[in-house]
Design a binder for this molecule. Structure first.
Ligand SMILES: [Zn+2]
Length: 140
């Protein structure tokens, strides 16, 4: 379970935990929706079928809904800010986190389908796999 959480929140390949899911850091805001077509370390595909990531939109929707409620309740009830101030704080926080959250939702969805394979990770570490460099894609 801990390794699953590691691969999800570090945005790593769910199969080998070595390759990145995205070519750019989340907080660079550079090419935010580009994703590798497959793992650069082990070759695991990140797009197993057309429309694969539709399910991740539900992960994103549910998570961000509760997150937004929590943020507004925190600023309004705990810090006693005005309602307008609480929503402005929410907009700023969501504006900073939206790329990261988009990517985590995709990582959760991918992690629900693929599990960690220690033999693949060992092969990656040994350097015995020869994977062609992945292309980047912003397909949904
Ligand atoms: Zn991999």
């Amino acid at each position: 379970m801990a390794s699953k959480l590691y691969s999800i929140f570090s945005l790593k390949c769910p199969t080998c935990h070595r390759g990145e899911l995205f070519p750019t850091p989340s907080f660079s805001f550079s090419r935010p929706f580009d994703q590798y077509t497959h793992c650069p370390a082990c070759g695991q595909t990140y797009f197993p079928e057309p429309g694969f990531y539709y399910g991740s939109m539900f992960i994103s929707y549910i998570g961000s809904g509760f997150f937004c409620l929590g943020i507004v309740m925190f600023f309004r009830w705990i810090l006693d800010w005005s309602m307008i101030g609480s929503f402005i704080a929410l907009l700023v926080i969501v504006g900073v986190l939206f790329v990261w959250w988009f990517r985590v939702a995709r990582s959760v969805w991918l992690g629900m389908v693929y599990g960690f394979k220690p033999d693949v990770a060992a092969a990656v570490d040994a350097g015995t796999l020869h994977i062609p460099p992945p292309e980047t894609s912003n397909r949904t």
